[in-house]
Write a protein that binds this ligand. Structure first.
Ligand code: PLP
Length: 408
């Protein structure tokens, strides 16, 4: 195809033509965002109930975050970790202080931070716990989602995520999610860590029984096994606490952050842990060229500050409760369940009527954007700056959508 012909195609068609087919986006082309709203190329406004899988918890283009990024862009952006920087230290200090952890490794994407955690707990098993070489085991949960690298899809139980990508690294064991007794039974002297999401996000917004994480923490401590919480999606206020593990009063040995820590502007992630755990690293053991760069650190620090100073955490708690209450009053045969915590909400659709994708497409045509997860669940996870009125607006749309679908 010659370049002139290509330029006559719409950007949406170009994306369809040139992107590998590893996504199936809703048929809407977004061109602008501000706060909880995004706009398409025809000027139509949508309420964003997706928040880029919780990466946009601060809302689109939060003015304080844009200002922090712009300020830093006037100074320096990237120099690598070969030198000290004047932004990384303050960012890491804030992150460690807020989460109660001692040391951190900044990375870029969630998957990289998960990989960092896997490497850390294995090294800890050999250097501190005394596990024999190459024998370390990590226990993960059925239905988990921790990202898309080879090692991570290797520990997934979702056939599609694994299909065609083997062989996978060894050393992972599986237990049912929400079953602490199964964790206890799976632990051996070679177990390095239990890696768990406090609420399974991609798995369909699955909330474990109350006290589950606390019981897991007790079991891990008893057996000298590290408890690592993947808070990439649940962390930073999303569930109404800074970390979702706080609902159970749990302080894990390591925490993985991503998504919202980039303030909706940049890919920023981090693995944080206790000194005894992270202490296993020596210079050269691990790293990332862009990890903790000036822009990431400046935006990340401001993202943490905004979270606290604008009480986004408290908003998520109060408004999340309100949102779920309103959704539960819809009494539609289409809705099998409403579950979640804070502003991480899943609405389970009865497949007898339609798919969750059908619901999302109908919501889209009525000005509310979201995406299905796991076929039958509609995710409702707006930016934490959402207002009560905007939630009412979304509920009214959802009401009309489920009414129209249940008539058929
Ligand atoms: C999204 C997600 C990841 C992976 O993050 P990426 O930035 O997409 O690599 C890891 N863990 C959880 C719980 C997630 O929701």
């Amino acid at each position: 195809m010659n370049p002139k012909m290509a330029s006559k195609m719409s950007p949406m068609d170009l994306e369809r033509r040139y992107s590998a087919h590893n996504y199936e986006p809703l048929p809407v082309m977004l061109v602008r965002g501000e706060g909880v709203y995004v706009w398409d190329d025809k000027g139509k406004r949508y309420l964003d109930m997706m928040s880029a899988y919780s990466a946009v918890s601060h809302g689109h283009l939060h003015p304080r975050l844009v200002a922090a990024l712009t300020r830093q862009l006037g100074r320096v952006a990237v120099t690598s970790r070969a030198f000290y920087s004047d932004t990384l230290g303050p960012f890491l200090e804030r992150a460690c202080t807020l989460t109660g952890q001692d040391l951190a490794i900044p990375m870029n994407t969630g998957a990289e931070a998960v990989e960092t955690a896997l490497k850390t707990v294995r090294k800890w098993a050999y250097k501190v716990k005394g596990v024999a070489a190459d024998q370390a085991e990590i226990i993960v949960c059925n239905g988990n989602f921790h990202g898309r690298t080879i090692a991570i899809v290797g520990m997934s139980t979702e056939p599609q995520y694994r299909d065609g990508f083997g062989p996978f690294p060894a050393g992972f064991k599986y237990v049912p999610y929400g079953d602490a007794a199964a964790l206890r039974a799976a632990i051996t002297p070679n177990t390095a860590a239990f890696l768990v999401e406090p609420i399974q996000g991609e798995g369909g917004i699955v909330v474990p029984p109350p006290g589950y994480l606390a019981e897991c923490a007790r079991i891990c401590r008893e057996h000298n096994v590290l408890l690592i919480c993947d808070e990439v999606q649940t962390g930073l206020g999303r569930t109404g606490r800074l970390l979702a593990c706080e609902h159970d009063g749990v302080k894990p040995d390591g925490v993985i952050l991503g998504k919202a820590i980039g303030g909706g502007l940049l890919p920023v992630s981090m693995f944080l842990a206790r000194k005894e755990v992270m202490g296993v690293f020596n210079p050269g053991d691990h790293g990332s060229t862009f990890g903790g760069n000036f822009l990431a650190a400046a935006v990340g620090l401001e993202a943490l500050n905004v979270l606290v100073e604008e009480d986004l955490i408290g908003r998520a708690a109060t408004l999340g409760e309100y949102f779920m209450e309103r959704l539960r009053t819809l009494h539609s045969p289409l809705i099998k369940a409403v579950r979640g915590k804070g502003l991480l909400i899943g609405v389970e659709i009865d497949p007898v009527y339609c798919t969750a994708r059908d619901v999302c497409e109908e919501m889209m045509s009525r000005g509310v954007l979201s995406k299905d997860t796991h076929g039958t669940v509609v995710r409702l996870a707006p930016p934490l700056v959402v207002t009560k009125e905007q939630i009412d607006e979304a509920v009214a749309v959802i009401q009309r959508v489920v009414d129209s679908k249940s008539l058929r």
